[in-house]
Ligand binder design. Structure first.
Ligand code: BGC
Length: 764
C-alpha cells in the first residue's frame, strides 16, 4: 500500500529523504516521542484516556512511573453510564485543552472495545457491551479532544477483549460478530470523528497479529472506512516490523533503538518490501507532525478549578441508582432529615476512583467522599457523622475493624457503607476469575446490615460485580463505578438529594458468572479464544435465551418516575425517527434516558430479539411532559451478509420499543423499512424453492423440469409420504432434481434448465 494524498499525509516533507531517514520516521524516538528527521519535528503522545499521563522522567506503559498532575475524569466505565454525548464531548474538549497546555500532540484514547465478558481486566477503560454506545461515546470524545487541535488514538483496534495472554492470544471470530459487534464501534468512531491516529491492538485476530494484519489495517480500515490517518502500534505490539509496514502499520512505538528501522531498510534493499509502503508510513508520520505543529497553541493554560467542576459533573451523571427500597414509609434515599449517620468503609476515606495500568492519572485534586458527605450532612443540620474503616485495602480480615464498624452503625440512625473492588482485583494486564466482592468486605456488609437496617451501600468498581449479596442485605445501593477525581462530591450530592441520579448501566449484571455469554469461551486456551457466542453479546444473549438477569442493560433508578406514551415512527433516508412523549410522573425534577430498541421478527438472518437503535435524554420538572426524538440509523440495523460480503439493510416491518432499560419497555410501534433483498444468481445448486420464488424462472421452471410440476400441484395435499411434499422437494437443488427426471435426452433437459437459470439471472 503506497502513500495517498490526504490532509493526514505529508508527501512533500518526505520527498528529499533517504530510505534510511524514511524508515526511521516509522519508529519512536523514545517512550512517548516520535522522531525528528530533517525538517520534520517529533511529537509527544501520552496516555489517556480519562486524563493525561504525561511522564517527565522515565516512561513506562504500565502506570508505574509518576506523571504531571492532570484532571482525572471518570474512566469510560463511569463516563459511559452518563449516556450523555454532549457531556462526553465537553470532557474531550477539556482533555484537549490540558494536552495543549502540556505540549501533548496526541492523547492515547479512547478505548472502544466491547466488554465481551464481565471478567475483562480492563473493562473499566471501555464503555459498553453494546457497539452503538461504545462507538457513539468514542466519537463524541474524539470530536471533543480534536476540536482543541489535539489528536487522539482510537484503541485497541481490534478484538482486544481480554487481558489474559493479550500479546499473543488469537480472537477467533466469525464474520458477522466481527462486523456487527466488534468492528462496529470502531467503524462509527472512524466515520464520525476521523481520529488522527488508530492504535492497533496486541492480540491476533483469526490467527494473524493485528499489527501485521492487512485485512484489518488496509482492507477494512482504509479500503472500506476511508481512514486517512496514521496507524500506531500498541506499545510493543509489533513482532515483525517489515510485515507490519507491509500490512499498513505506520508507526511502531515505543523506541527500539533503531533495530527495526534497519530491518525495514534491508527488506527494501533486498526486494522483500516495497519502498512505497515505507513512503506511506513516513508520509503519515510527517503528516501527523505537520498537523500537530500547525494546531499547537504554546502558552495554553487551563482552569484547573473549572475542569474539576466538570469532573464532578461527569461523575454525578455517571452514578447509577441500583436499588432504593422503602424503609418504613419512604425509600431510604435521598438522605434528608436522617439524624446521625455512620460512614463505614476505607473507600470512603481512601477512594478508589480509577483503574490500574497505563491509564493511571495523577489527579490535580481529589474529592474524598467522607469529607464531602460530612460537609453535606452538616449543611443539612444532621446531628453527628461518625466514621469507621471496617476493612483495609489489603483484604486481610480484621475482626476488630468489623466490631468497631458494627458499633458505629448500630449507634447511628443511618449508615452509608462504601465497599468495592480493590486495585489488585481489576487492572490492565490480567483478567478477573469471578464476580465477587472481596470476602472481608462481604462479611462486613452482613454484620453492618444486621446491626443497621437503614444502610445504603455505595459500590466502587470498574467492572461488573455480583450484586446479590448487596440486594439481600440492604435497602439501597448506589453504583459509584469509578468516578474520577470529582466522585466524592458527586456521591455526596446524590446521597443527600442535591442531585437526582440519572446514570444507566451500559452492561448487563448477570445472576451468575455461568450465565454469561462468553462463559465457556473465556479466556480461551493455548492462545486461542473462540468467540462462540457469536452475535449474542451482552443483553442480546440473555434476551435470546429468555434468561433472568440481576440488572438489565440500560437500567437505572431515579428519585422520580417517568412514563412514555404515543410512540410515532417515521421512515426516512438514513433511518427511522422515533418520537415519544415522556412525562415526569414523580415529585422531583429528573432526567430520563430514553432508549429505543429495534427488532425484526421473521428476519431471514439470525438476529437478536432487539438491539439498541438509539438513545436520547430529557430533563423534566415534576409533572412536565416533552416530546423526545430518537434517531435510529440504518447502519445500526444492517446485517453483514456473508454471501455478498457487505452490509445489507433487510426490508421488512421493524418493531420498535422505547423504554427505560432493555427490559423495561414502555411503548411499541412498527415501521416499514424498504431495504434490499439480496438476490444471489441462480445455478444448479439453487433449490427448487429458490427457483420457484424467482419472478422469471418460477413460472417457467416446470417447462424445463416437468417433475417440478408435481410439487406445485401436489403441495400439502399429497400426504402419501406422510410429510409436507412441498417442503421436502423445495429443499432439493434443481440440478439434483434432474436425477429424478424421466427424460429421453437428459443432456438437453439439463441444458434447458441451465438456459432458464441464466435467462433469469440476466433479468436482474
Ligand atoms: C496499553 C495502551 C497504552 C500504551 C502506552 C499499552 O500497554 O495497552 O492502551 O496506550 O500501553 O502506555
Amino acid at each position: 500500500m503506497g502513500p495517498t494524498d490526504s490532509p493526514y499525509t505529508d508527501l512533500e516533507a518526505i520527498a528529499g529523504l533517504t530510505l534510511e531517514e524514511k524508515a526511521s520516521l516509522g519508529s519512536g524516538q523514545s517512550f512517548w516521542r516520535t522522531k525528528a528527521v530533517g525538517e520534520i519535528p517529533g511529537v509527544l503522545v501520552t496516555d489517556g484516556p480519562h486524563g493525561l499521563r504525561k511522564q517527565e522522567e522515565k516512561g513506562d506503559h504500565l502506570g508505574m512511573g509518576g506523571s504531571v498532575p492532570a484532571t482525572c475524569f471518570p474512566p469510560a466505565a463511569g463516563l459511559g453510564q452518563t449516556w450523555d454525548l454532549d457531556l462526553v464531548h465537553r470532557v474531550g474538549e477539556a482533555l484537549g485543552t490540558e494536552c495543549q497546555a502540556e505540549g501533548v500532540a496526541v492523547l492515547l484514547g479512547p478505548g472502544v472495545n466491547i466488554k465481551r465478558s464481565p471478567l475483562g481486566g480492563r473493562n473499566f477503560e471501555y464503555y459498553s457491551e453494546d457497539p452503538l454506545v461504545a462507538g457513539a461515546m468514542g466519537a463524541a470524545w474524539i470530536n471533543g479532544v480534536q476540536s482543541q487541535g489535539v489528536g487522539t488514538s482510537l484503541k485497541h483496534y481490534a478484538l482486544n477483549n481480554q487481558e489474559d495472554d493479550r500479546m499473543r492470544s488469537s480472537s477467533d471470530v466469525d464474520a458477522r460478530p466481527l462486523r456487527e459487534v466488534y468492528l462496529r464501534a470502531f467503524e462509527r468512531a472512524v466515520r464520525d470523528s476521523r481520529p488522527w491516529t488508530v492504535m492497533c491492538s496486541y492480540n491476533r485476530v483469526n490467527g494473524v497479529l493485528v499489527s501485521q494484519n492487512a485485512f484489518l489495517l488496509a482492507e477494512v480500515l482504509v479500503g472500506e472506512w476511508d481512514y486517512e490517518g496514521l496507524v500506531v502500534s500498541d506499545w510493543g505490539a509489533v513482532a515483525d516490523r517489515v510485515e507490519a509496514v507491509r500490512a499498513g502499520l505506520d508507526l511502531q512505538m515505543p523506541a527500539d533503538g533503531g533495530l527495526s528501522d534497519a530491518e525495514v531498510v534491508d527488506a527494501v534493499k533486498n526486494g522483500v518490501l516495497d519502498e512505497a509502503s515505507v513512503d506511506r508510513a513516513a508520509a503519515r508520520v510527517a503528516g501527523l507532525a505537520a498537523r500537530a505543529t500547525a494546531a499547537a497553541r504554546p502558552g495554553t493554560t487551563f482552569d484547573a478549578d473549572a475542569h474539576h467542576a466538570l469532573a464532578r459533573e461527569a461523575a454525578a451523571r455517571s452514578i447509577v441508582l441500583l436499588r432504593n427500597e422503602p424503609v418504613g414509609d419512604a425509600p431510604l434515599l435521598p438522605l434528608t432529615g436522617t439524624g446521625s449517620v455512620a460512614v463505614i468503609g476505607e473507600q470512603a476515606r481512601t477512594p478508589r476512583y480509577q483503574g490500574g495500568g497505563s491509564s493511571h492519572v495523577n489527579p490535580t485534586r481529589l474529592d474524598v467522599p467522607l469529607e464531602e458527605l460530612t460537609g453535606a450532612l452538616d449543611g443539612q443540620g444532621v446531628g453527628s457523622v461518625t466514621f469507621a474503616p471496617g476493612y483495609t485495602a489489603s483484604m486481610v480480615p480484621d475482626q476488630a475493624l468489623v466490631d468497631e464498624a458494627v458499633a458505629a452503625a448500630a449507634a447511628a440512625q443511618t449508615c452509608v457503607l462504601f465497599i468495592g473492588l480493590t486495585d489488585g482485583i481489576e487492572s490492565e494486564g490480567y483478567d478477573r476469575t469471578d464476580l465477587q466482592l472481596p470476602a472481608d468486605q462481604l462479611a462486613l456488609l452482613e454484620a453492618v446490615a444486621a446491626a443497621q437496617p437503614r444502610t445504603v451501600v455505595v459500590l466502587t468498581h470498574g467492572s461488573v460485580v455480583d450484586v446479590a449479596p448487596l440486594f439481600a442485605a440492604v435497602p439501597a445501593v448506589v453504583d459509584g463505578a469509578l468516578l474520577g477525581q470529582g466522585g466524592g462530591k458527586a456521591v455526596a450530592d446524590v446521597l443527600t438529594g442535591v442531585l437526582n441520579p440519572s446514570g444507566r448501566l451500559t452492561e448487563t449484571v448477570p445472576l451468575r458468572l455461568a450465565d454469561t455469554p462468553a462463559f465457556l469461551n473465556f479466556p480461551g486456551e493455548h492462545s486461542h479464544v473462540r468467540y462462540g457466542e457469536g452475535l449474542f453479546v451482552g443483553y442480546k444473549w440473555y434476551d435470546a435465551r429468555d434468561m433472568e438477569v440481576a440488572l438489565p442493560f440500560g437500567f437505572g433508578l431515579s428519585y422520580t418516575t417517568f412514563a412514555h406514551s404515543g410512540l410515532a415512527l417515521a421512515a426516512g433516508e438514513g433511518g427511522v425517527t422515533a418520537t415519544v412523549t415522556v412525562t415526569n410522573t414523580g415529585q422531583r425534577a429528573g432526567r430520563e434516558v430514553v432508549q429505543a430498541y429495534v427488532g425484526l421478527p421473521g428476519s431471514a438472518y439470525q438476529r437478536a430479539v432487539r438491539v439498541l437503535g438509539g438513545f436520547a435524554s430529557v430533563d423534566l420538572e415534576p409533572g412536565e411532559s416533552r416530546e423526545v426524538t430518537v434517531s435510529i440509523e440504518h447502519r445500526d440495523l444492517e446485517v453483514w451478509d456473508e454471501r455478498v460480503s457487505r452490509f445489507v439493510l433487510e426490508p421488512g416491518t421493524y418493531a420498535v420499543w422505547t423504554g427505560s432499560s432493555s427490559r423495561d419497555l414502555h411503548t411499541f410501534a412498527e415501521v416499514e423499512v424498504a431495504g434490499e433483498t439480496v438476490r444471489l444468481p441462480l445455478d444448479l445448486e439453487s433449490t427448487l424453492k429458490e427457483v420457484l420464488a424467482d419472478p422469471y424462472a418460477g413460472p417457467r421452471v416446470a417447462d424445463a423440469l416437468p417433475f417440478a410440476r408435481s410439487m406445485e400441484e401436489s403441495g400439502n395435499d399429497d400426504d402419501s409420504l406422510g410429510g409436507d411434499m412441498a417442503e421436502m422437494m423445495g429443499a432439493i437443488p434443481v440440478g439434483r432434481l434432474l436425477g429424478f427426471q424421466p427424460s429421453d435426452d437428459p443432456a438437453a433437459t439439463k441444458a434447458a434448465l441451465v438456459d432458464l437459470l441464466e435467462a433469469a439471472n440476466a433479468q436482474h
